[in-house]
Design a protein around this ligand. Sequence first.
Ligand code: SAM
Length: 196
Amino acid sequence: MNLPFSEASEQNKAFIFDVIKPYLHGEVLEIGSGTGQHAVFFAGQVPQLHWQTSDLESNLPGIEDWIADSGSTSLLPPIALDVRADWPERQFDLVYTANCFHIMDKTAVAKCIEGAGACLKADGILLVYGPFNYAGNFTSPSNARFDAFLKARDPVSGIKDFEWLDDLANEANLQSVDDVAMPENNRILVWQKRTL
Ligand SMILES: C[S@@+](CC[C@H](N)C(=O)[O-])C[C@H]1O[C@@H](n2cnc3c(N)ncnc32)[C@H](O)[C@@H]1O
């Protein structure tokens, strides 16, 4: 099978797994699954998961191929989910998204956090992997170059500020519980849904 391939996903999946494994249980919704490589890897490590992949319609065939190739029974067929539109009615224990917030514009990111807050169960977790700024500053020269590259390609994309994301998360009833430094100046941001 000729599978779509992301070198970045291949490089970062084990590092991400080491951090997120304590959170991996129950029903997971992944936003922007891309090729599906993260889903296949994580579900392979924790087979009792129910991992719902999703992305824009155009990416679904590649994710379907990765899932078929994996033979995993814990990976659910991908659903079309544009974060700016309708979200699933189902509730999840975990919403996971990697390397999507710097691709999306600010409206889409805000919708993503709002949608995650709405579809998480009480105490559910939102995990976001990628590069982020703090107090309006890049954390490295390479992130500044990456942001310039992204904006040259799409002026509304780019690295987002942690503080702006955290304000949105608070509005969505999500509380910051961890922020983990990762290789290549990336982070894993962790929010937990407050119990009302
Ligand atoms: C850089 S890729 C990351 C893919 C994968 N998560 C990974 O880490 O390799 C960004 C992903 O965001 C998805 N995306 C962009 N805009 C989106 C939107 N409005 N709703 C849902 N997904 C979106 C793209 O289709 C793409 O799969």
